[in-house]
Design a protein around this ligand. Structure first.
Ligand code: BGC
Length: 384
């Protein structure tokens, strides 16, 4: 009796070991976190961490800017491709990451009008780096600093914890802010990102992640044929300087209706004032459901490879940016040239310019409280 049980247990273990071995072989990596040198920035050592899961999927992350350098996921035939834009080496990121490829964004994702806001009766002036506005944390945002790291083995999968102390006054923001971001590559082919922060003085914070996805493989063409669904019946229209007007507008009957899967390119060239203001899609969507609750925000599907990405988040908003400003001047990984709309971003966030829009969900973080948000990018393949 007992020996029968042991035999079947051994058989089961052998099957598991064999199948996971085969899966790992598919990508060539080994389950775990590998650390290697990626160069130096600000006089500090920069590393490249390779996270590999039990299915052979792989995420490479550097502690410079918390950048996701590559993400390899299988297509419907089991072939792995890198599905995010970026550079082969640190130098590319140091010299030429105007588009914020793969980066962690902070203290504030997207724009703050004229780089000004008032908190507790004090007006703060932030660095301006996008015309008269403040964009993605300023001149030297979280995408350009060296983070401290700690690899973690969690129940969900291999993880990398990144920590950065942003000093009081950095880029004009009040308070010493300790930001912590954990990337986990789960064994379900999910890239999970947990963001948290604390401060010693009331401040504002809005962290996000800025990967450009192309589910057909990075550098393989434009993303206009991807079918996109965004779980939002409203979006925040912008003015010609890409600042929200403050209105929450229904997507109904507009090119912004992605409530059912629709090709990104279906309406992108429509004569529409909002598409003109964004040079395409570059807008915040007001996600359905309750903020603070992890829920499906978006789905993107690429038919030739069958890859599908779901985005789940606790955030109230999602910036859909269709890579309008990529213009062929960047040569990225493996010599691939990134032309207009070769990648798209789905940035989970609070709404742009919230500090100046009292009607938007607040981005204030009070001394003594804790900021915490979660976003999951989940990859599967479909037969259709
Ligand atoms: C913004 C775009 C900007 C891009 C960075 C997006 O999040 O909404 O306006 O150009 O990031 O290059």
């Amino acid at each position: 009796m007992v020996s029968k049980k042991i035999v079947s247990l051994i058989a089961l273990l052998a099957v598991i070991a064999l199948s996971s071995g085969l899966q790992v072989k598919a990508q060539g990596g080994r389950v775990g976190v590998k650390k290697e040198s990626f160069g130096k920035a600000d006089g500090r050592d920069v590393f490249l961490y390779t996270l590999t899961n039990a299915r052979g999927a792989e995420a490479r992350i550097t502690n410079y800017g918390g950048i996701l350098v590559s993400l390899k996921m299988p297509d419907r035939k089991g072939k792995f491709d890198d599905i995010v834009l970026g550079y082969d080496n640190l130098d590319g990121y140091l010299k030429n990451n105007g588009p914020y490829m793969g980066a962690l964004i902070g203290r504030y994702g997207n724009r703050i009008a004229k780089g000004r806001f008032t908190l507790n009766g004090v007006e703060y002036k932030l660095a301006t780096n996008n015309g008269e506005n403040h964009l993605h944390g300023g001149i030297k945002g979280f995408d350009k600093v060296v983070w401290d790291t700690k690899p973690l083995r969690t129940k969900a999968g291999e993880a990398l914890e990144l920590t950065y102390l942003s000093r009081d006054g950095e880029e004009g923001y009040p308070g010493n802010l300790t930001a912590r971001v954990t990337y986990t590559l789960t064994n379900n082919n999910e890239l999970k990102i947990d963001y948290s922060a604390t401060t010693d003085k009331d401040t504002i914070v809005n962290l996000t992640h800025h990967s450009y996805f192309n589910l057909a493989g990075q550098g393989s063409g434009d993303i206009l044929n991807h079918q996109l669904m965004i779980a939002a019946t409203r979006f925040t229209p912008i003015d010609a300087g890409s600042i929200p007007t403050g209105e929450l507008r229904s997507v109904n009957g507009t090119p912004f209706d992605f409530t059912r899967p629709t090709a990104i390119g279906a309406h992108i060239n429509d004569a529409d004032e909002q598409l003109k203001n964004g040079s395409g899609y570059d807008h915040n969507f007001v996600l359905n459901g309750q903020m603070g609750v992890l829920r499906l925000a978006a789905k993107a599907y690429e038919a030739t490879t069958g890859r599908e990405m779901e985005v789940w988040t606790t955030e109230p908003g999602l910036q859909f940016y269709s890579g309008n400003f990529l213009d062929g001047t960047i040569t990225g990984k493996e010599g691939k040239v990134y032309n207009k709309r070769y990648g798209f971003c789905l940035e989970t966030q609070h709404f742009p310019d919230s500090p100046n829009k009292p009607q938007f969900p607040s981005t204030v973080l009070r001394k003594g409280s804790r900021y915490h948000t979660t976003t999951i990018y989940r990859f599967t393949t479909q037969k259709r």
